[in-house]
Structure formats: structure tokens, C-alpha cells
Design a protein around this ligand. Structure first.
Ligand code: 13P
Length: 284
């Protein structure tokens, strides 16, 4: 039954099995269900990632209720996750409303402040049995999930060690050259630094900015310690582009469910492709 194993159990399993648990950003119920359809069909564990814009627009209570029901209704390892929370308060709202996993993103602060904020969230979350992801270094790019264009993005190994030791955080997003949104050129991932961090810390590492990274690079990153891969932009764009197509062909009095049905299928296909890339098919 889903939920018996924690997401941390799955990360350990992924580490030993040489794959990553994929995390897909949803915007509403239709792409959320398309992600679930794909994961169930492919027998892959999956995370339903809720970015702060979605959490605020729909309401963390409603998102939480939805996520909780979906996790309970499917006999499948599905984990609702709050992505890139800029504040502890939003994490606490998510924890109150049943998210089994939250990310506190204090990476824009200097190390001591990142440690203080992350540590505070870990204390509260762990008391409630909730897993916490932190970030160190910066994820580049301009996207729904974040916005950072500076050159100073690379994770420092000693800083990652301090953050993990002092906060007891469960997983760590690392700045290694990946970016949110579409890449302007070929992504330049610093695999050496990824390996160094993986050697130095004992917790699962997370790759953000999945959209646009070639399959070979994702799989190389997995072989060097990545146990969770985040994919957002391609889900949002597939949704909106196919919605437009579907609406264009829907006549004068379109009905929501008729319009959305083919779109859900298109999103499912994209998600299935990413499950293949993460090598998580058949693991659930
Ligand atoms: P992309 O939108 O670039 O796929 O990144 C998603 C992400 O990292 C969410 O945290």
C-alpha cells in the first residue's frame, strides 16, 4: 500500500538500484492525474511537486487535501511534495495539510542563514514524520520554480557538509549548472562537483531543472549520486500547448472534460518518457 514506505526509503532504494525517483510539477488536478496515470502504468514511484505559486493560487489546504486523497486512493508509491518553499511558514502549512515531503529553499542566503532556516524547518517536519529537502548552491535560470541568473551557482563541498551535518536535512538539491526553464544552450553540468558532494555527504542528492537536459546527462548524474530528478517546465508547456490545440478543435461550446481528455493523455506520454529517463519504471 502506498505510504507504507517513506520517500526516504525510496531514495535509498533508488540509490542502491541505480535510478532516480522522478518529481513532476503539477498546476492543477488534470496534470496531477496525468502524472499519476503515467506512474501507475509504468509502475514507477513518483512525487507530485507543488510549487509555491500553485500552493498559493489554489490554497495549500486544497492542494494538501487533494494530494492526501490521491496518495490514499491509489495503491501506489505517490508522494505529494512542496517544491521550493521560500519560507518556513509555507512549509508548516503544507505539513499541517498532509504533505509527506517539503522543500525549504534558503539557498539565496549565506550559509549560516540557510542552515538556521533549514534547521528550523527540519525540527518541525521531523516531529511530524515529514521529509525535508534543502538547497545549496543555486539552480540557475528563469522559470516558474525559480529565478537566478548569476554566475555564482556552484555548490561548495564543505558548505554542503556543514548544512547536512548541522540541520539533519533528508535530501539536498545541489547547484551544479542545471537551470529552471528551457536551456539557452547545451546544459553544462559540473559532474565532478556532483561526485565530490556525493562522496562527502551521505544523503540523497536532487537534480533540479530536468527539462532540456539530455537523457545521457541525467543518467550520468544518477550514476553520480542523484536520487531525485525534478521536471516542471515540459509538463506545464505540454499542458498549455495541447490545451490550445484541443480548444481550437472544440467548436463554439466546448466542454471542459472533452477538451482536457486528450491533453491529459499528451501529458501522460511526456511523463512516461521522463520515467524511462529516470530508469524508475517497474520499481514500484
Ligand atoms: P524544470 O522546470 O526546468 O524542468 O525544473 C523543474 C524543477 O527543478 C522544479 O523544482
Amino acid at each position: 500500500m502506498a505510504g507504507k514506505r517513506t520517500i526516504i526509503d525510496w531514495f535509498k532504494e533508488a540509490d542502491q538500484g541505480g535510478y532516480a525517483v522522478p518529481a513532476f510539477n503539477y498546476s492543477d488536478i488534470w496534470d496531477m492525474l496525468a502524472i499519476v496515470d503515467a506512474a501507475v502504468e509504468m509502475r514507477s514511484p513518483v512525487m507530485l511537486a507543488c510549487n509555491p505559486l500553485v500552493a498559493k493560487a489554489i490554497g495549500v489546504e486544497v492542494c494538501g487535501g487533494l494530494g492526501k486523497t490521491v496518495m490514499e486512493q491509489y495503491d501506489h508509491p505517490i508522494y505529494h511534495h512542496l517544491d521550493h518553499s521560500p519560507t518556513p511558514e509555507l512549509c508548516y502549512g503544507a505539513i499541517r495539510h498532509g504533505y509527506p515531503s517539503v522543500m525549504i529553499d534558503a539557498s539565496k542566503y549565506e550559509l549560516s542563514e540557510n542552515i538556521r532556516i533549514t534547521g528550523e524547518v527540519v525540527q518541525v517536519a521531523h516531529a511530524m514524520g515529514v521529509a525535508v529537502e534543502a538547497e545549496i548552491g543555486r539552480i540557475q535560470g528563469k522559470g516558474i520554480e525559480g529565478d537566478f541568473e548569476g554566475g555564482d551557482f556552484l555548490v561548495q563541498v564543505d558548505e554542503a557538509v556543514k548544512l547536512v551535518e548541522q540541520t539533519k536535512v533528508d535530501s539536498l538539491a545541489v547547484g551544479i549548472g542545471t537551470a529552471h526553464g528551457f536551456y539557452k544552450g547545451k546544459p553544462e553540468i559540473n559532474f565532478e562537483r556532483l561526485s565530490e558532494v556525493n562522496e562527502a555527504v551521505d544523503i540523497p542528492l536532487v537534480l533540479h531543472g530536468g527539462t532540456g537536459i539530455p537523457k545521457e546527462d541525467i543518467q550520468k548524474a544518477i550514476s553520480r549520486g542523484i536520487n531525485k530528478v525534478n521536471v516542471g517546465t515540459i509538463v506545464h508547456v505540454t499542458y498549455m500547448q495541447n490545451l490550445r490545440k484541443s480548444l481550437d478543435g472544440a467548436g463554439e461550446a466546448p466542454y471542459t472534460l472533452d477538451v482536457v481528455k486528450p491533453v491529459r493523455e499528451q501529458i501522460k506520454q511526456v511523463v512516461k518518457g521522463w520515467i524511462e529517463v529516470c530508469m524508475s519504471a517497474g520499481k514500484a
